[in-house]
Design a protein around this ligand. Sequence first.
Ligand code: GTP
Length: 298
Amino acid sequence: MNALTLPDIAAQASRQALPLDWVGMCGIALPILIDGERLAATADAGVSLDDGAARGIHMSRLYLALEMLDQQPLTPARLRNVLQRFLDSHEGLSNNAYLRIHTDLLLKRSALVSPLAGWKGYPVSIQARLENQMFHVELKIDVTYSSTCPCSAALARQLIQQQFLEDFGNTPLQHEDVLTWLGSANGIVATPHSQRSSAQLLIELDGDQPSLPITELIDNVEAALGTAVQTAVKRADEQAFALANGQNLMFCEDAARRLNLALKRSDAVNAFHLKVIHAESLHAHDAVAESRWTRNPA
Ligand SMILES: Nc1nc2c(ncn2[C@@H]2O[C@H](COP(=O)(O)OP(=O)(O)OP(=O)(O)O)[C@@H](O)[C@H]2O)c(=O)[nH]1
């Protein structure tokens, strides 16, 4: 070796000839473009090291391939190109390529009634892989919403009925008296418990989609639940939210079924695994339901 030659350890033979499933870098800072917005993201980029005799992969080649993503919109086709470049730059070493991108999508959300709006953040991971020449792209999205327990609502209604009997059982009913009573504390002597809940969605997309339908999927999910958490809220919005909760009483099973049906309706979705978590205010533990679906089971 002369003074101008740099030692290349990765090109050496491995002491233990053993293939590895995933080798690469995690937490690479990367700006990405989604729906015309530039977002801060982190990327995990890797390949399989199938040549067990090779000491290491060439990290810099994966890193440089990510350049393709910082100026152009993130699409399934572009993800596939990056993965192909990972493999082309590791010919003879790697058969499979992997890329995970983590970001927080910010969406402007209108208030329910008032002419206000605010920003809502959605943690999103885009997971792409080229495995045995098959391209797969998945979205991992978390959506928060409110759930009010239908059992608790029924029990509360029963107590309100009992209170009504106690207050009016032996008197002739006057419309005005009942209206006043309904607006008093006795008219809502019990309230059902509700909780902030989250839907964790792992969605396998059809890889031929021209774009990543992240916003569309979030909108469908929130519409199916009917009780998405809000941003800017005035009293009129809070009242509309109370109505939305009353009209969408949900066990975690109900929420999981609603989401199952909503996601199946999207042509972009090939398969999913969803998990809903109701962080119970009745219990110190969570109520959880999961559902899986595949469009074309093998
Ligand atoms: N394979 C591997 N490389 C590492 C690791 N940690 C740091 N690196 C460094 O990543 C740098 C880039 O590696 P390469 O892509 O092989 O760099 P290079 O040999 O200059 O580039 P090529 O000529 O394209 O192979 C090297 O300086 C490695 O030492 C590790 O755990 N594994």
